[in-house]
Design a protein around this ligand. Structure first.
Ligand SMILES: Nc1ncnc2c1ncn2[C@@H]1O[C@H](COP(=O)(O)OP(=O)(O)OP(=O)(O)O)[C@@H](O)[C@H]1O
Ligand SMILES: [Mg+2]
Length: 411
């Protein structure tokens, strides 16, 4: 087990039916498929030999379509479902062997759960709902209220302590659910489709808040979603499931750029094409550009002024025809007289209607891409950083791009 692994799942199997560890398990271990096992034994395979580790402080996202086994997997972690085979470790606790009392204590002291349907008590105030887990823990009333108020402040709900759930919007109710889970200060948060019932705008807001909260609290989060966009936005790593099997575990950029199976490749493609996230959403329309006859000095001044590493060059019809890199411009001996056209490296162009999925690969080169209008004229710029921050993953990827860029410069 690597040093920082918080949760370790080994060969976890969950089969539903009267005799899960019988013929159905034998068939599974013999390599038979979920459908065959169902047909022969009437048993349903929920999870098939899952193996993964969740590092302390990461948001580990399990993604897959309906029925792929996500909820089954997460419920085996705190044994709301009894695993058929395999092991689950949290720190050095083997969760699979805990007796009933120890299991209750484990759930109470280590885990918090947030569900899709907020599961709040309608006749209790918000603060009473949040304090519920503390009551179970035996915390006294005054301390419960104080802690619950703190947890509500964390999720931006100060002032709503004495409201009733029915008086809050869906997003606010889900914040209450999150506060309730946080109030007991669990080290592991299990979130099963926690944002799926929210409308898209609120949902994105909640995703952002979760990312912010996580950078502060550094919990270990197992987050389930059937939405790839959500997975890519919030996930430190993403695990893709189908029919109870794990197809790939990787960083968001691994999943997008290096899909491990055809299924993942199709999934990435389908979801991205079907969605509305277009280049438009990350275009900097104010991005400067320069005519071909501009001098290198002018280019350097523009890049300095805008804080850019590169600037687009356009021809007399305003069509992008290249890119000048700051590093290269700086090495020019007579910048006052040389024009940028001599330095221009080739550039990619896209329209604002292009789906983001189509530009990931181009952005992997580390350079900005020119956005053009219907007439092919320069209309703005898209930078790798803008796209990656859109995906909520700036740091890790921009590091990679930096590396990539310095490699290509050497060549
Ligand atoms: N209590 C149960 N009894 C029998 N079969 C079950 C039970 N719970 C889940 N299953 C089966 O296990 C498989 C995985 O279901 P699971 O609920 O884990 O999927 P999921 O990925 O969470 O789907 P969703 O996105 O719809 O929530 C499915 O084939 C489902 O029919
Ligand atoms: Mg589910």
């Amino acid at each position: 087990m690597s040093q920082a692994a918080k949760i370790r799942v080994e060969n976890l199997v969950k089969i539903f039916g009267d005799e899960p560890a019988g013929a159905a398990l034998d068939m599974l271990l013999d390599g038979h498929l979920k459908d065959e096992i169902k047909e022969h034994t009437g048993h349903v395979v929920g999870v098939d030999r899952a193996n993964f580790e969740v590092e302390e402080g990461e948001i580990f996202v399990v993604m897959g379509l309906s029925g792929s086994g996500k909820s089954t997997l997460i419920r085996c972690v705190n044994r709301l479902f009894e695993p058929t085979a395999g092991r689950v470790y949290v720190d050095d606790i083997d969760v699979t062997t805990l007796d009933e009392t120890a299991l209750q204590a484990f759930r109470r002291d280590h885990t918090g759960m947030v569900f899709q349907h907020f599961a709040l008590f309608p006749h209790q105030t918000v603060v009473a709902n949040v304090a519920f887990g503390l009551k179970v823990k035996g915390v006294d009333a005054a301390k419960r209220r104080a802690t619950a108020i703190e947890a509500l402040a964390l999720v931006g709900l100060s002032g709503y302590e004495d409201s009733y759930p029915g008086q809050l919007s869906g997003g606010m109710q889900q914040r209450v659910g999150l506060a309730r889970a946080l109030a007991t200060e669990p080290d592991i948060l299990l979130m099963d489709e926690a944002f799926s019932a929210l409308d898209p705008l609120i949902r994105r807001q909640m995703q952002d808040e979760l990312i912010d909260l996580q950078s502060e609290l550094q919990k270990t989060i197992l987050f389930i979603t059937h939405d790839l966009n959500e997975a890519l936005r919030v996930g430190t790593r993403v695990c893709i499931m189908k029919d109870g099997n794990i197809h790939q575990i990787g960083s968001p950029e691994d999943i997008l750029m290096r899909p491990a199976t055809n299924y993942v490749a199709e999934f990435v493609q389908d979801v991205d094409q079907g969605r509305v996230l277009l280049v438009d959403s990350v275009t900097d329309e104010q991005a400067p550009c320069l005519g071909e006859s501009s001098t290198v000095s002018e280019a350097l001044a523009v890049m300095d002024h805008h804080g850019l590493d590169a600037v687009h060059i356009i021809d007399r019809n305003q069509v992008p025809c290249g890119l000048v890199h700051k590093k290269i411009a700086e090495s020019v001996v007579s910048p006052q007289s040389d024009t940028v056209s001599a330095l221009a490296a080739s550039t990619h162009t896209v329209t604002s209607e292009t789906v983001l999925a189509k530009v990931y690969r181009m952005l992997g080169e580390g350079n900005p891409i020119a956005v053009v209008d219907e007439g092919g004229r320069f209309a703005g710029s898209v930078t790798p950083v803008a796209v990656l921050s859109e995906l909520g993953r700036v740091e890790s990827i921009s590091e990679n791009l930096e590396l990539h860029r310095s490699e290509t410069e050497v060549m």
